[in-house]
Write a protein that binds this ligand. Structure first.
Ligand code: BTN
Length: 329
C-alpha cells in the first residue's frame, strides 16, 4: 500500500480504529503535526468519502462506520503479508492493463492493482468479464517467477487454489475448482482467473495474475445467470470486500511462495482435492479441436489428463472444458 503510512487520512483512521475511547482533536493535531482546524477539515473530507465519524462533545472523535471501498485507507488495516503495494483505482478499463504497465516499468513482485469498476474487464479466451462498480473484487497481481515460460500454467493453478482458500474461509463452505482455475460454489462460477505473461523463449519477464471474484453482485445479466453467481447470492450474507481482498493476497503470497520453494508437488494434491472434474466425462474445446474423455487428474506440469474411449491418454494444456451432456459451467 504505497505511502499509506504517511497519508494523513490513513493516520487519522488508524488512530480512530485503534481507540477504545473518543480521540480528541488535540491528540489528532499532535499526531499529524497540524492545527485542530486542519484536523477538522480532514474529518469533514473523510465524512464526504463515506466515513461515519461522530464528534462527541468535550470528548473527541469516534469512528462509527467505514465505507465499503477498497481504497488504501480501507485495505491497509487488513493486509497481513508482505505484499502491501496495492494501487487502487475507482474506475479503469482493465486492472490487467494497469498491472502490465506497472510490470513493464519495473514494479516488484506482489504489486497489486485493485479497481472498484472495470469498463473493459477481460476474461479467458477473449471473453469479457462482468465488472459492475462497488460489488466485487477485480484485482491483478504482478509476479516474477524464476521459471521457464512453459511452467507458467502451473501458476494459474496456484492462483485458483489461493482463491479457493479465501472463498472457503469467507463462505465457510468448500468451493470446487474447475480446470484450469474457475472457482465454483454450489456449481456456479464465483471466480475467474486470467493469467498473462510476457517472456523471452526461456525467461519470464512477468506474469499478471488477474482475479475477478463475484462477491456482492445481486443480479447478473441474463446470459450469465445460469452459470455465474456471487457469494452474497449463495450464502445470503454480504462479503466485506477489504478483509476478503487481504485474505486473498495473503493466501496467494503463501501458496505462490510455497510453490517456488517446494515445487508443483506442493500444489497438485490439494488442487486435485478441490477439482470437480476428476472422474467425469468432459468435452474440451482447445486450440487443436475438440477432445472427449474421462478426467484422470493433473499431470506434473499442470496439464489436464484425459482418457479417451479408445483408452489413449491425452494431455490438455489449454481450452474450455464442459461436462459431457452440457451440465455445469
Ligand atoms: C475468466 O474468464 O474466467 C477470467 C476472468 C478474469 C477477470 C479478472 S477481473 C481482474 C482482472 N482484470 C481483467 O480485466 N480481468 C481479470
Amino acid at each position: 500500500m504505497s505511502a499509506a503510512s504517511e497519508d494523513p487520512d490513513a493516520r487519522i483512521l488508524g488512530r480512530l480504529r485503534a481507540a477504545k475511547a473518543p480521540v480528541s482533536g488535540e491528540e489528532l493535531a499532535e499526531l499529524l503535526g497540524c492545527s485542530r482546524a486542519a484536523v477538522w477539515k480532514r474529518i469533514a473530507a473523510l465524512r464526504e468519502q463515506g466515513y461515519e465519524i461522530e464528534a462527541r462533545h468535550a470528548a473527541g472523535y469516534v469512528l462509527a462506520g467505514t465505507p465499503d471501498r477498497l481504497g488504501p485507507a480501507e485495505l491497509a488495516p487488513h493486509l497481513r503479508g508482505g505484499w502491501r503495494n496495492v494501487h487502487w483505482l475507482a474506475r479503469v478499463d482493465s486492472t490487467q492493463r494497469v498491472a502490465r504497465d506497472l510490470a513493464r516499468s519495473g514494479a516488484a513482485e506482489g504489486t497489486a492493482v485493485v479497481a472498484e469498476e472495470q469498463t473493459a474487464g477481460r476474461g479467458r479466451l477473449g471473453r469479457t468479464w462482468h465488472s459492475p462498480p462497488g460489488d466485487n473484487l477485480y484485482c491483478s497481481i504482478v509476479l516474477r517467477p524464476p521459471r521457464a515460460p512453459a511452467e507458467v500454467p502451473q501458476i494459474a493453478l496456484v492462483a485458483g487454489l489461493a482463491v479457493a482458500d479465501a472463498v472457503q474461509e469467507t463462505a465457510g463452505r468448500r468451493p470446487a475448482i474447475k480446470w484450469p482455475n474457475d472457482v465454483l460454489l454450489d456449481g456456479k462460477k464465483v471466480c475467474g482467473i486470467l493469467t498473462e505473461m510476457e517472456s523471452e523463449m526461456d525467461r519470464v519477464h512477468h506474469v499478471i495474475a488477474g482475479i475477478g471474484v463475484n462477491l456482492n453482485t445481486r443480479r447478473f445479466p441474463r446470459e450469465l445467470r445460469e452459470k455465474a453467481s456471487s457469494l452474497l447470492l449463495l450464502t445470503g450474507r454480504p462479503v466485506e470486500r477489504a478483509p476478503f481482498t487481504a485474505r486473498l493476497l495473503a493466501a496467494l503470497e503463501a501458496r505462490y511462495g510455497r510453490y517456488l520453494s517446494v515445487g508443483f508437488a506442493s500444489v497438485r494434491t490439494e488442487w486435485e482435492s478441490y477439482s470437480c472434474l476428476t472422474g467425469t466425462e468432459v468435452r474440451v474445446q482447445g486450440p487443436g479441436g475438440e477432445v472427449v474423455g474421462r478426467v484422470l487428474g493433473l499431470d506434473d506440469d499442470g496439464a489436464l489428463r484425459l482418457r479417451g474411449a479408445d483408452g489413449r491418454v491425452t494431455r490438455i494444456v489449454a481450452g474450455e472444458v464442459t461436462l459431457r451432456g452440457g451440465r455445469g459451467v
